[in-house]
Design a protein around this ligand. Structure first.
Ligand SMILES: Nc1ncnc2c1ncn2[C@@H]1O[C@H](COP(=O)(O)OP(=O)(O)OP(=O)(O)O)[C@@H](O)[C@H]1O
Ligand SMILES: [Mg+2]
Length: 242
């Protein structure tokens, strides 16, 4: 459903993406890993045009994403869920309204928005906290709301940028559990950037390793971590071996 070809992006002299090529199948769970600064965030931010690449093409379900404008771009984005590292919740709104706000902005009618928000919050175990403000929640709970917000629009594609990276280690588990459950129970195509190796081993259909703006290795978790071909792959292998 997703094809990325020859994607390039620089920030001044800093090359963030140096020719990224990637194919993701419908329903696939793809995990992207690699050292800090290798271009993981830039890659997934290009997929929903939070970042504009300098060159290359991105095709989703036959649509040339980089050429979309105006209403067509908004319609495309409604179909792509994004979960951020820094939750990005609106603190003056309740949990429920954070999820609804997103849907209403996207043009969903109020009644339907409420129904979908309720379903999404139930799925991440946050319905009981619907009337609370984000500041009264733990980081793990806030991120579960962030996940509900992305889920509520029933996206075909979900992008996750280190969803557990700013959490207290004790709270990481509850968010990973919710993510695992989602991967198991939905058909949504997932592209997940994470440093959580054991999570990646469990949920990924395929793992992609990046280094210096390029994909250096891709394959099943077993292939990538047991018989790595790249230098980065060998580093992960050592890490897993302890
Ligand atoms: N808005 C920006 N302005 C300038 N440089 C940027 C910007 N965003 C990213 N970069 C640079 O581009 C490169 C790739 O960054 P990117 O955020 O994609 O890496 P990453 O793999 O997500 O790293 P991390 O694991 O630390 O999140 C880095 O060298 C980074 O400093
Ligand atoms: Mg990043």
């Amino acid at each position: 459903m997703l094809q990325i070809r020859d994607l390039y992006k620089s920030y001044g002299k800093q090359v963030a993406l140096n020719g990224v090529n990637l194919d993701v199948k419908r329903g696939e769970t793809l995990v992207i890993m690699g050292p800090s600064g290798c271009g993981k965030s830039t890659t997934i931010r290009c997929i929903n045009r939070l970042t504009e690449p300098d060159q290359g093409s991105i095709v989703v379900d036959g649509k040339a994403v980089l050429e979309l404008q105006g209403e067509a771009l908004r319609a495309y984005r409604r179909n792509v869920g994004f979960v951020f590292q820094q939750f990005n919740l609106i603190n003056r709104l309740t949990v429920f309204d954070n999820v609804i706000f997103h849907l209403v902005l996207a043009g969903v009618e109020r009644d339907l928005a409420e129904e979908r928000a309720e379903q999404a919050l139930r799925k991440v175990g946050m319905l009981k906290h619907r009337h609370k403000k984000p500041t009264n929640l733990s980081g793990g709970e806030q991120q579960r709301v962030g996940i509900a917000r992305a889920l509520a629009s029933n996206p075909d594609l979900m992008l996750w940028d280190e969803p557990t990276a700013s959490l207290d280690p004790i709270l990481v588990g509850e968010v990973l559990e919710v993510m695992e459950e989602l991967v198991r129970t939905t058909q949504t195509t997932m592209v997940i950037v994470t440093h959580e190796v054991s999570f990646a081993l469990k949920v990924a259909d395929r793992i992609v390793l990046m280094d210096q703006g390029q994909i250096v290795e891709a394959g099943s978790p077993q292939a990538v971590f047991n018989a790595p071909k790249s230098e980065i792959g060998r580093k992960y292998q050592k890490l897993i071996a302890g």
